[in-house]
Design a protein around this ligand. Sequence first.
Ligand code: PAF
Length: 289
Amino acid sequence: MPPGLEILHATEDVRRRVAGWRADGLSVGLVPTMGAIHDGHLALVREAAAGSDRVVASLFVNPKQFAPGEDFSAYPRDEVGDAALIASAGGDLLFAPPGETVYPEGFSTAVSVGALSEGLCGAFRPGHFEGVATVVAKLLNMVRPDAAWFGEKDFQQLQVIRRLARDLDLGVAVHGVPTVREADGLALSSRNAYLSAEEREAAPALHRALVALAERAVAPGADLARAIGEAERSILAAGFQRVDYVAVVDRETLRPADPPIGEEARALAAAWLGKARLIDNVAVPPRGP
Ligand code: PAF
């Protein structure tokens, strides 16, 4: 076990530890992960450590958020390596529940967050956000933190989870953390590991297309449909095989934004490059990551 990091697998153990911290007046932050830890996750752990006295990271590859035929079995798994990285960023506890603890025999509850889950990635990954909302609700109940941290890279997921926490009065503050990028703009993602060297070269085109779109969208007299079409074409021209969507949406409702486009909007895209389905999003107008 890495120095300073405790690893627990049983819900009663994690609850006892968290209850003890809270009894001592310490606040507790949770960073839910599916492992395959990279610098994007570590930014979440660091933010959680800055915003709370103790940090729990969870590690659970959630079968319910993968549709049949998606990469659930191929998803990289390395508990020991992940634990070392989480410890290095200031994590105090790694909670790695076994599948039968999260979904015991007879488990039959699903949490569905309605309209926010339906468009964008929801339209291409049926059941995905229901799987995410169900496991996040479960993890929050298992760990009982004061706050939880999620990446803006999965912008739709972040908005779904914010809605979930509000609607169900979960009593947990949900924080978003800006996307961490490679020097060439590619958003860090566990799925970048699926890219060949040639695909890795092409991959930053997704971010470039979104930045250009976000700039065009706010220009006076912008033709949004045309700007979206140009973004799609530039992604395909870079070598992506398929674009699932390019969209400019209201960042709260995730419904298509109406011109004139302003700061309430977000530009998002998902596209296939070889075996990897890459997603990304930027603020409108583009600023920071
Ligand atoms: O973003 C992820 O890694 C997952 O969707 C999450 C939030 C850990 C739920 O399984």
